[in-house]
Design a protein around this ligand. Structure first.
Ligand code: ATP
Ligand code: MG
Length: 234
């Protein structure tokens, strides 16, 4: 579904991503794990069109999306849930969700989107008229995910969805990610919480200093001694 080949991304003179290769098959949950500053967010933003690659290829459903602008990439079926959520303050929960559907022209599809998001996140329905800025951190994460789902993506990119959440909320967010996936959406998950991410992922890649250092199934990486030492606190 997605194939990233020899991706290089720079910020000025800083080489943040160095010839990265990985792929995602339709229906999978794939995770990128790695320490702070490894280049995970940079990779994600290159896929969603927010950053331009210096070189390399990003192919989605067989077509190059390197030079496409972010809205086109959303329209093609890739939605991003950014690190830090970035919900729109001053807008209600409902208005934030509406923003996620800005490219969906068919009003019955928008209604269906609301229905599905509210079924999955009942708390958002309860709070639909509340200013999104006043939601708790966990609720804001749900809103950010709901907003991305309003675009009805085939591939969802999640950047650190568990960041800053209490353990009980973290479990809930991971359960929701599994549900979203079993309903047919392919998932690219970036996480600091490597243990949780690997435990729900079909496959994972370890990113360090802008490079892919290791890959395997979620189970293989969980068992790997180097991964345990570096990322699983073992
Ligand atoms: N706008 C920017 N300008 C310059 N350097 C940047 C910029 N954004 C990121 N970087 C650098 O690029 C490298 C990769 O950053 P990135 O945000 O992709 O890491 P990350 O793996 O997502 O880290 P974290 O887990 O902390 O979110 C870091 O060294 C960072 O300082
Ligand atoms: Mg990041």
């Amino acid at each position: 579904m997605l194939k990233v080949s020899d991706l290089v991304v720079n910020y000025g003179v800083i080489n943040a991503v160095k010839k990265v290769n990985f792929e995602i098959n339709q229906g999978e949950i794939v995770t990128l794990i790695g320490a702070n500053g490894a280049g995970k967010t940079t990779i994600l933003k290159s896929i969603s069109g927010l950053l331009k690659a210096k070189s390399g290829q990003i192919e989605y459903e067989g077509k190059s999306i390197n030079r496409q602008k972010a809205p086109k990439i959303v329209a093609a079926g890739i939605s991003q849930v950014p690190e830090g959520r970035h919900i729109f303050p001053g807008l209600s929960v409902k208005e934030n969700l509406q923003m996620g559907a800005f490219l969906v022209k068919d009003s019955s599809k928008i209604r269906q989107g609301f229905q599905e998001v509210y079924d999955r996140f009942p708390v958002l329905k309860e709070r639909e008229n509340q200013d999104a800025a006043t939601l708790s951190g966990g609720e804001q994460q749900m809103l950010a995910m709901g907003r991305a789902l309003m675009a009805r993506p085939k591939l969802i990119l999640l950047d650190e969805p568990s960041m800053g959440l209490a353990p009980i909320f973290i479990n809930e967010i991971f359960d929701i990610i599994k549900e979203i996936n079993s309903n047919g959406t392919t998932v690219l998950l970036i996480e600091q919480n490597a243990k949780k991410a690997l435990s729900i992922a079909d496959r994972g890649y370890v990113v360090a200093s802008g490079e892919i250092k290791m890959t395997g199934t979620g189970g293989e990486l969980l068992q790997n001694e180097d991964v345990q030492k570096a990322y699983l606190g073992g």
